[in-house]
Design a protein around this ligand. Structure first.
Ligand SMILES: NC(=O)c1ccc[n+]([C@@H]2O[C@H](COP(=O)([O-])OP(=O)(O)OC[C@H]3O[C@@H](n4cnc5c(N)ncnc54)[C@H](OP(=O)(O)O)[C@@H]3O)[C@@H](O)[C@H]2O)c1
Length: 238
């Protein structure tokens, strides 16, 4: 259902080359937002941009690695140069090796910390002064159920607890400036996320999920669309 509330809004979505980020960019563009779409795989971004444009929408693909501070900042700055403002930053990019700690290599936990925490902080840090000048803005982060309860994937769960805590602390810090912060915490979603894990971990995760009915990316996109189209008073800080 179209809300018509996002007409002309400028939105930057990280992790837009697949899964939840892709579905969210599509949903917001369909509702009228101009979406800047970022991730490392430029071919995927171009494909998504073409699909959005074919339906009359506006999309700006920005290939960027969010773990690189300079690239993450340049990504936000490109949006500001192109459109002159930023209404929403959706930090969706994330990776996970959902394994017990003893079965997680240092390179794997470094990557989870780099993408899930630093790759979230860098773009927020660059976007904040503009949102504060605007006196408005909305930051949406995608944490996880694993960021709320204790989960058998020590480092992934740890990074997502950090994401949820960062979102809640940030909301208290900048809510008074008219900037909203929303943390989305889905359960299992059918995306490439599990496919990207190494074989033994993927098999263990698939065994654990069993026949569980998983969410689809579009379900999470609908939750994000709902969150970003609520009236200002629904998220005020007292
Ligand atoms: N799937 C689930 O069950 C589930 C549940 C709860 C929460 N989540 C969270 O939802 C978010 C999206 O995950 P998903 O399920 O949609 O997985 P996905 O399909 O694998 O998407 C992950 C996205 O992150 C991007 N990304 C990874 N590393 C990056 C980097 N260094 N720089 C820039 N972009 C990077 C990927 O793009 P490139 O590879 O092209 O860079 C891709 O667009 C993640 O934060 C994840 O933790 C997922």
């Amino acid at each position: 259902m179209l809300t018509g509330k996002l007409n002309g809004k400028i939105v930057l979505v990280t992790g837009a080359s697949s899964g939840i980020g892709e579905a969210t960019a599509l949903a917001l563009a369909t509702d009228g937002a101009k979406v800047a779409i970022a991730a490392r795989r430029a071919d995927r971004l171009d494909d998504l941009a073409n699909r959005i444009r074919r339906t009359g929408g506006t999309a700006l693909p920005i290939p960027a690695d969010v773990t690189d501070e300079a690239q993450a900042s340049a990504m936000v700055e490109q949006v500001l140069r192109e459109y002159g403002r930023l209404d929403m930053l959706l930090a969706v990019a994330g990776v996970g090796v959902a394994a017990p700690f003893k079965n997680t290599a240092p390179a794997e936990y470094r990557q989870m910390v780099d993408v899930n925490i630093l790759g979230l902080l860098y773009p927020i840090h660059t976007a904040l002064p503009t949102m504060q000048r605007q006196g408005a803005g909305h930051i949406v982060v995608v944490s996880s159920g694993a960021g709320r309860y204790i989960h058998p994937s020590v480092v992934y769960s740890g990074t997502k607890h950090a994401v949820s805590a960062i979102a809640e602390s940030l909301r208290r810090e900048i809510g008074k400036d008219g900037i909203r912060v929303t943390s989305i915490e889905p359960g299992a979603v059918r995306t490439e996320f599990t496919q990207n894990m190494r074989d033994d971990v993927r098999q263990a995760v698939e065994l654990r999920l069993g026949d569980m009915e998983q969410l689809e990316s579009a379900d999470v996109a609908a939750a994000i669309l709902y969150a970003v189209t609520q009236p200002p008073g629904s998220m005020s800080i007292s």
